[in-house]
Design a protein around this ligand. Structure first.
Ligand SMILES: C[S@@+](CC[C@H](N)C(=O)[O-])C[C@H]1O[C@@H](n2cnc3c(N)ncnc32)[C@H](O)[C@@H]1O
Length: 218
């Protein structure tokens, strides 16, 4: 997926992936990350998700990374957060109190930039990437996130009869297990068929959409 693909999505307001509510599985399983107030959580490919706001309201420091400047600025403006902005290597870094968003390419992040991270929250990030990039993303994450961090990963599995292959790309359990085989552990926490509330997938001819949440240890 080329960078221009995502930048155009944001420019054209084609952001159907964005939700105006906190993800129910994040709320249900946040305790599995064993975070304490003041701990830092990384939200890769964050878009303008309000899950970041919810995490911050719990007392966690939030660090996001997002390609689109539009997305990052919309996050701060729509949530009435005044931000500062500075340059750090190839990133524009946006900051409001304990929320930091690196605007730029996830693959350009360094270990040093994430040295305080205790947890990762991945919703619609891994599954937004085609197979070759998904594998690189998982490897890069392991390289830059400190040992012993924990991750909540949310995936979708479906079979489309119409439309493009993705994004999102179907991400069945065996694909996840393979991708994370070099991580310390991976545990499936919950699986639920969300087709009844996902009209968009019905229109693409899907009979089911399994949403899964995993707990992963680095
Ligand atoms: C499907 S959206 C999900 C956004 C967010 N996680 C959410 O739940 O709303 C994927 C996002 O990843 C961003 N993105 C894609 N490739 C990226 C990259 N290499 N580095 C940083 N962000 C990227 C896109 O601009 C887009 O906002």
């Amino acid at each position: 997926m080329k960078k221009e693909f995502w930048l155009e999505k944001w420019q054209n307001n084609q952001t159907g992936f964005h939700k105006d509510f906190t993800h129910p599985l994040l709320m249900e399983y946040i305790n599995k990350l064993n975070l304490e107030k003041g701990d830092s959580i990384f939200v890769p490919l964050c878009g303008k998700t309000i899950d970041m706001l919810w995490l911050n309201q719990l007392g966690f420091h939030v660090v996001g990374v997002e390609l689109s400047q539009l997305a990052v600025e919309q996050f701060f403006v729509e949530n009435d957060l005044s931000f500062t902005k500075h340059q750090e290597a190839e990133f524009s870094v946006y900051q409001y109190e304990n929320i930091t968003i690196y605007q730029g390419d996830f693959f350009a992040l360094s270990k040093q930039q994430l040295q305080h991270i205790k947890a990762v929250y991945d919703r619609a990030a891994l599954i937004a990437l085609p197979n070759d990039l998904a594998a690189k993303y998982v490897d890069k994450m392991q390289e830059i996130v400190p040992q012993n961090a924990k991750e909540l990963l949310i995936t979708l599995e479906f079979v489309k009869k119409l439309g493009p292959l993705g994004p999102p790309f179907t991400t069945p359990d065996d694909k996840v297990v393979k991708l994370f085989s070099s991580y310390k552990s991976i545990k499936l926490l919950q699986e639920v068929d969300i087709i009844s509330r996902e009209g968009k997938f019905k229109e693409l001819g899907c009979d089911y959409v399994y949403e899964r949440v995993y707990l992963i240890k680095f």
